[in-house]
Design a protein around this ligand. Structure first.
Ligand code: GTP
Length: 455
């Protein structure tokens, strides 16, 4: 029933209704199926672009990750919403939100998010579909995440301890529990028992008994009832939408440099936040994908451990951290900060084949007299490094070569067109375009919806 009403009630929106001519032209020309993906180590500000674009799309879908993504968006009255699992399209009342098969779903977290949205007047019923193939993330996955990080001691990954990695591990070793299993409460207790006993045999610090199992099963019986109206065969739904020419926007979480394959392994996330993850995480074919927009911060940040070639240590890093408010949405952890890394960005563009880029947080650089761009890597003996290396030891040794560009030392947050940006800011944007060979169509100059320049 949810599927049918969603298909019937979802309108095709007109871009011209609400947008200026620059934005209307830009957004209107986007393909029927488009995606927004992170280019660095996450927190690029994908949420804002997704929220803006979502107003012109019928469906916004998430394809990977879990509640470790922390998108911050503002509604038209400037009210702040921190979303973790629910797609950023939720603030646009005509948009349907899909949580695809590639996502791992922590039901207590999802319901908390839904309750918070509804308490703020955002209706969720009939507007969120959760894939019956998505895996369930249990509280014990979170506990195990913490135990594993403690076990790793000094070489900890720096996960958000939200249980994402352990849940994907359960999926891959094939004893995970999926949303569709909630429809079979007769076999659910045995499945959960197997999952818990596996964790108990692996982690000394993790214990459970019949009482905990019974309580968890009772909790999930209630969740199963509450989730039922949201459950859908989203592979079928997505493909029906596409054949009906509905506009679909895919919202990436994390970013390519955290990709399980392409990121700085093992300091990565457990899913594929790159273009490939869209197809596997939603069950849609590569040929239906059109425009992919890469979101890149005007500088670089990373949370947790792992290589970061252009990191600025000390006071310089602190300046960026405070100017950019670089503290995690989900965990509040301070982010490491550094210059924009063109080598990493080119690597990411190669993997994803972006049609355009969104440069975010350009306003954060406004106080700097000079801005550096990390343009190439060299080994200590001077040998150039052609692409972003897999080898972490090599990454630690390499020397980054920088180009220094003049800053603009002016507040740019009220600029609303490209021509209103100071020449030095335009030069910075254009130099990035020259170096990566992909146009920058969107420039973020503040957190609000209106603080976006269409180039
Ligand atoms: P992950 O999916 O967890 O990687 O997060 P994200 O990429 O969606 O980042 P998020 O939306 O949480 O954005 C990070 C912060 O940057 C939020 O507080 C945004 O409001 C803010 N932000 C986004 N764009 C801009 C911008 O152009 N300028 C400024 N100053 N802030 C921005």
């Amino acid at each position: 029933a949810v599927l049918c009403s969603a298909l019937k009630s979802s309108p095709s929106l007109s871009v011209a209704d609400s947008a200026s001519s620059d934005s209307a032209a830009r957004i209107g020309s986007l393909s029927q199926v488009a995606g927004v993906l992170g280019c660095q180590w996450g927190d690029e500000g994908k949420g804002k672009l997704v929220d803006i674009l979502a107003q012109h799309f019928d469906v916004v879908a998430r394809c990977q990750g879990g509640a470790n993504a922390g998108h911050t968006i503002y509604n038209s009255e400037g009210k702040k919403f921190a979303l973790h699992l629910v797609p950023s399209g939720i603030l646009n009342e005509d948009t349907l939100c899909v949580i695809g098969n590639g996502v791992v779903v922590h039901l207590p977290g999802l319901f908390k998010e839904i309750d918070g949205l509804e308490a703020n007047g955002v209706s969720c019923k009939g507007r969120i579909l959760v894939s019956d193939r998505a895996h369930l993330l249990f509280d014990f996955h979170q506990e195990v995440d913490g135990l594993r990080e403690s076990e790793l001691a000094k070489s900890f990954i720096g996960t958000t301890r939200r249980g994402i990695g352990p849940c994907y591990s359960s999926k891959v070793i094939r004893n995970g529990i999926r949303v569709s299993d909630l429809r079979h409460m007769d076999t659910f207790p045995q499945k959960l028992d197997l999952l818990l006993s596996d964790a108990a045999s692996r982690f000394q610090g993790f214990n459970y008994g019949p009482e905990m199992l019974r309580e968890e099963v009772e909790k999930y019986k209630r969740f199963a009832e509450r989730l039922e109206p949201y459950i859908a065969d989203t592979v079928c739904v997505m493909n029906e939408f596409i054949s009906q020419k509905k506009k679909v926007l895919v919202e990436g979480g994390q970013a390519t440099m955290l990709d399980i394959d392409f990121g700085t392994y093992p300091f990565v996330t457990s899913s594929s936040p790159s273009a490939g993850g869209i197809c596997s995480g939603l069950g849609i074919a590569p040929r239906v994908l059109g425009d992919l927009i890469g979101v890149v911060k005007a500088y670089t940040t990373r949370v947790g451990s792992g290589p970061f070639p252009t990191e600025i240590l000390g006071q310089g890093g602190d300046l960026l951290r405070f100017a950019g408010q670089e503290f995690g949405t989900t965990t509040g952890r301070p982010r490491r900060c550094g210059w924009l890394d063109i080598v990493a960005l080119k690597f990411c563009c190669q993997i994803n084949g972006f049609s355009s880029l969104n440069l975010t947080k350009l306003d954060v650089l406004s106080d700097l007299a000079e801005i550096q761009l990390g343009v190439s890597y060299k080994l200590p003996d001077g040998t150039p490094v052609k692409s972003f290396p897999a080898d972490l030891r090599l990454l630690e040794q390499l020397k980054v070569e920088y180009e220094v560009l003049p800053g603009w030392k002016t507040d740019i947050s009220s600029a609303r067109s490209y021509s209103e940006l100071p020449k030095a800011a335009q030069r910075y944007v254009e130099r990035i375009e020259e170096l990566v060979g992909i146009p920058i169509h969107y420039i973020g100059i503040g957190p609000g919806r209106d603080a976006l320049i269409y180039k």
